[in-house]
Design a protein around this ligand. Structure first.
Ligand code: HEC
Ligand code: HEC
Length: 403
């Protein structure tokens, strides 16, 4: 008996030594760049992409396939990108530990959520729909109303918005400083900082988000010259999309499928929601009343519901919007200066279907980063609700296989 107890004690010791070792090893930050990035001699990651070899859009005509990308953000270290990944998925960044960035920007939902308007810590709906984060590295304006100019500036928005993550700078900094792992992780990612700073949090989140590159869809293969990558129907849809009748690519310009501009197109709010003046407020310009940033259409089949108001649940409906008559959804008491490319293209039902078909070819999630299995706070990665829904899905799948 005594030997048995002794045996168990030894095993117990070994196990606890193991867990200590494991907890020290956990949250080691990456030393390699994410796929599609190259580590430079300076130790930072540079994006490598085929579009970089093409000329600029000038002189090529709007809608051309082999046009270059606009300037982008990169040059972050692997450790900064990886630290940003942990922060992004950690609900500890919110006031009550209930919501992470990923709660509203879920990797399996095109880095959006499936809500018309997102829900933050209060349980109430916020004013607008969550946009995708794919290819934000190429943007120079953020939020639907373009009110932030950098990703760093953007990040402060949700963190301290009472409806979203509801945190305060003081609480955020002390949560991270008091954590068992974050101080070491920040020290590794920011060797020049002696303590965790707000700027470093913003920068790490930026580093992570700029690694979300989606430029290898079937459309891209087609654009690079592999004609067979698109079906006959998708090619027809592509031609309608960029035609001067439909005019989609005037604003949803390839390769990003946005021209990074604000446009007034006259989308209605959801029922019972007051009119959203959008970019009028940002630029204090009446002519931008009801204007919103042209969203990218990459991974668009993943990010329903659509538009700033989340008022279209079907992609087909958001395409049909453009065919229903200029200004058809503008409230009677509003006078908006609609963009001149919003007109009456009179596309047939079949042409609308073909556009939708084409938009399906813009899906590429091959560089989806791994969701951390655990995050430094010990809270459920993304959030508890998300984990519960995953559990439910798993159970359903298991039920299905056993049937
Ligand atoms: C409660 C849900 C919610 C949370 C949490 C949240 N976001 Fe968002 N995010 C949104 C919504 C809604 C918008 C659009 C808001 C607007 O335009 O006014 C948005 C916009 C953005 C944008 C702008 C994208 C673009 O194309 O303009 C970025 C980038 C972003 N969020 C990153 C983050 C990061 C980083 C975090 C964590 C620090 C975060 N979000 C947390 C809902 C959320
Ligand atoms: C004048 C510029 C312009 C033109 C032309 C244009 N769009 Fe848009 N598009 C926008 C803007 C701005 C929004 C966001 C509007 C809002 O949320 O209120 C948008 C939103 C969308 C969305 C929803 C995206 C999302 O993430 O919610 C889809 C889909 C779309 N457009 C497809 C098309 C198609 C198809 C065409 C051609 C028939 C087209 N657009 C023509 C500017 C344009």
């Amino acid at each position: 008996m005594r030997t048995l107890l002794f045996f168990f004690a030894i095993i117990g010791c070994l196990l606890s030594i193991n867990t200590i070792a494991a907890s020290n090893e956990r949250f080691q930050l990456a030393s390699k760049c994410p796929p599609s990035f190259e580590l430079t001699n300076a130790g930072v990651c540079r994006l490598v992409n085929r579009y970089q070899f093409y000329d600029s859009v000038q002189g090529r005509g709007v809608g051309g396939t082999q046009t270059s990308l606009p300037e982008h953000r990169d040059g972050f270290s692997p450790a900064q990108i990886d630290l940003g990944r942990y922060l992004f998925f950690d609900p500890a960044l919110s006031k009550d530990g209930s919501v992470s960035c990923a709660s509203c920007h879920q990797p399996d939902k095109g880095f959006s959520d499936d809500l018309d308007r997102s829900i933050g810590i209060t349980g109430e709906k916020v004013a607008r729909s969550a946009p995708t984060l794919w290819n934000v590295a190429f943007l120079d304006k953020f939020f639907w109303d373009a009110r932030a100019n950098t990703l760093e500036q953007q990040a402060a928005g949700p963190l301290f918005d009472p409806m979203e993550m509801g945190n305060s700078p003081e609480q955020l900094l002390s949560t991270l400083a008091d954590n068992k792992h974050y101080p070491r992780m920040f020290a590794q990612a920011f060797p020049d900082s002696s303590e965790i700073k707000l700027e470093d949090i913003y920068l790490a989140l930026t580093a992570f988000q700029t690694s979300l590159i989606s430029l290898n869809s079937r459309y891209d293969q087609y654009a690079h010259g592999y004609h067979e990558a698109l079906t006959e129907k998708e090619q027809q849809g592509h031609n309608i999309f960029r035609s001067f009748v439909a005019r989609c690519s005037e604003c949803h310009q390839p390769p990003l499928f946005t021209n990074n501009q604000v446009a007034v197109i006259g989308v209605a709010e959801a029922e019972g929601v007051p009119f959203d003046i959008g970019a009028e407020k940002t630029f204090e310009a009446k002519k931008l009343r009801g204007g919103f940033k042209v969203p990218t259409l990459r991974n668009i089949v993943k990010t329903a519901p659509y538009m700033h108001a989340g008022n279209f649940t079907k992609l087909r409906d958001s395409v049909e919007f453009y065919n229903k008559g200029r200004g058809h959804a503008v409230p009677k008491n509003e006078k908006l200066q609609l963009h001149w490319h919003i007109w009456e293209p009179e596309l047939t039902e079949e042409e609308l279907d073909l556009i939708v078909e084409f938009l399906g070819a813009l899906t590429d999630e091959s560089l989806t980063p791994a969701i951390p299995k655990t995050v430094p706070s010990g809270l459920a990665p993304i959030d508890e609700k998300y984990q519960a829904s995953q559990q439910k899905n798993n159970n359903n799948n298991q039920n299905q296989t056993s049937e």
